[in-house]
Design a protein around this ligand. Structure first.
Ligand code: ACM
Ligand code: ZN
Length: 523
């Protein structure tokens, strides 16, 4: 009895409370509750931050006002009365790492970079959602030390299938930043639409951004982003520590570009921008230098719009039937002694990579296991349902970095429950199944050290507007955020379920159209 008593005391002393009653998503590495409370009195509360952190300080000030009516002012000099401090500490072991300490006297957020500070602010906000006492104007003390498991944490939208106005993309960025996602991947071209202005090829948007109808609905659909629109989005997202990854999907999924410029395809067929889903056999020609010139020009222009080094070049679902018959493709294969059209695919990406390298960009690719090789500096995406382990193993052997977005856990166009299907072939992907996503697929650590992160894909065939996109994203992306950020030992489905009420109610207040996870409630 005595021993048990001592054991309980010792546990209490050596392991301060780490239960997840903080309700922060994604779950932080280390949370230690403190006894003191910080009192929000003496308005305006000073926020001390040096000039480089001005945006982060303003962002915090705005959140405090919006969530709790707390008035603050930003001051750049240290002073005795300081109540909230934002401090950079480049010695932290990860640029995105942060520490948040709330004591009786002050709140200090230390970050490995501006991103770390930003994530500390997100955690402070969420901590206050659960630990701020409105009557006493007090927040409980805590020490949180945190950093991400993976550097790459992305969501993907598909405005190629249904155009999403740029202001809606900004709203999407706002919400994803709350959950510490740091990349928004935009699928900007596909058979059903080309959505980004290219000044040298005006028909891409004059013709390629317009389709006569969608799946027989009789209604024309159109829309594209000017380069100026995208520059504005890039700047807006950068303030929220989200980089924009553009994708031009080639050599398949290119019917909209071919409709605009028929010389891009093997037989120069005059095609219409596609009005139905499914895969087209009309690829960009792999034997025509004009195609590589076109892609070089497109990349030249997009490199001025998207400053990040990651550039997605698609690569998925490209049936090789036309390449097998096309005289230009066959001639190129003979000249280069390429033994199969799959080898021509590898050559195709090498050529495109030369254009990317001129701008110090590296290719991201939907990994197809039958393509013999990709450019050395490529990052693969493991996406095909049922092939995740194989993709992890093969990409490692081939020396590529890997992003995991497997159909089993991360295809957010799939319905969240039976009865919500938009399309009968899709499997159901409930919240719990997303939560079970372990990027390594339980393979040993030494075999998975090339995994750089996770992404959810929100293919847009049935996502007609941002409200539908939000509905399909949230709360599943909360589950995905833990797969990307939280250490495995800190993840628990039961704990996560317990966080849903507060987070979904906050989305409601923010006007975000999420799907209530009704299957979790006893109705
Ligand atoms: C894909 O789902 N076609 C990458
Ligand atoms: Zn060809």
């Amino acid at each position: 009895m005595m021993n048990k008593f001592i054991f309980v005391i010792v546990c209490f002393i050596s392991f301060p409370s780490i239960a997840q009653d903080h309700k922060i998503i994604p779950a932080p590495n280390h949370v230690e509750k403190r006894e003191d409370n910080f009192k929000w009195t003496d308005y305006p509360i000073p926020i001390i931050a040096d000039d480089t952190l001005f945006f982060e300080a303003e962002y915090l000030s705005e959140l405090l006002k919006r969530d709790h009516g707390i008035v603050s002012e930003i001051v750049s000099m240290k002073n005795e009365g300081s109540r909230i401090q934002l401090l950079l500490d480049e010695d932290m072991n990860d640029a995105e790492a942060y520490a948040l300490e709330i004591t009786e006297k002050q709140i200090i957020i230390t970050g490995g970079s501006r991103s770390g500070i930003f994530y500390g602010i997100q955690s402070l906000r969420q901590w206050m959602w659960n630990n701020y006492d409105d009557c006493n104007k007090a927040v409980s003390g805590v020490l949180i030390e945190d950093q991400p498991r993976y550097p790459f944490r992305a969501l993907m939208l598909d405005p190629a299938r249904h155009f999403l106005p740029v202001n809606d993309l900004k709203r999407y960025v706002d919400v994803m930043a709350q959950y510490k996602f740091n990349r928004l991947h935009l699928h900007l071209s596909d058979d059903q639409g080309w959505r980004i202005e290219i000044k040298k090829y005006p028909k891409l948007t004059e013709i390629g951004s317009d389709r006569s109808e969608t799946d027989g609905d009789g209604k024309p659909h159109s829309g594209f982003y000017s380069q100026q629109d995208m520059k504005a989005l890039v700047a807006y997202a950068a303030q929220r520590h989200v980089s924009i990854i553009p994708e031009i999907d080639i050599p398949g999924h290119s019917v909209a570009a071919i409709a605009a410029y028929p010389y891009l395809t093997c037989f120069e067929d005059q095609l219409e921008v596609r009005t139905t889903p499914n895969i087209s056999k009309d690829l960009l020609c792999g034997g025509n230098d004009e195609v590589f010139r076109f892609l070089d020009d497109v990349i030249d222009e997009l490199a001025q719009v998207f400053p990040g080094e990651e550039f997605h070049i698609g690569g998925d679902e490209a049936p090789l039937d036309h390449w097998e018959k096309c005289p230009k493709c066959q001639k190129r294969m003979k000249e280069l002694k390429l033994s199969s059209p799959q080898h021509l695919m590898s050559y195709f990406f090498q050529r495109v990579n030369e254009s990317l390298q001129k701008h110090k960009k590296k290719p991201l690719v939907w990994y197809e296991l039958d393509v013999p090789y990709y450019p050395e500096n490529s990052t693969m995406y493991a996406w095909r349902l049922g092939l995740s382990k194989e993709a992890i193993e093969k990409s490692r052997k081939q020396g590529y970095q890997l992003v995991c977005c497997p159909g089993e856990h991360a295809y957010f166009d799939y319905p969240q429950a039976r009865g919500e299907e938009t399309c009968n072939w899709m499997p159901v992907l409930p919240l719990e199944q997303v939560y079970k996503f372990e990027p390594t697929m339980e393979l040993p650590a030494k075999e998975t050290d090339h995994i750089i992160g996770v992404e959810a894909t929100l293919w847009g065939e049935y996502i007609k507007d941002i409200n539908r996109a939000f509905y399909m994203t949230w709360p599943r992306a909360m589950a995905l955020s833990e797969a990307g950020w939280s250490e495995k030992k800190n993840r628990s489905w039961n704990e996560f379920k317990g966080k849903m009420d507060v987070h979904t109610s906050k989305l409601l207040h923010q006007g975000v159209n999420y799907r209530p996870p009704v299957e979790l409630y006893d109705l």
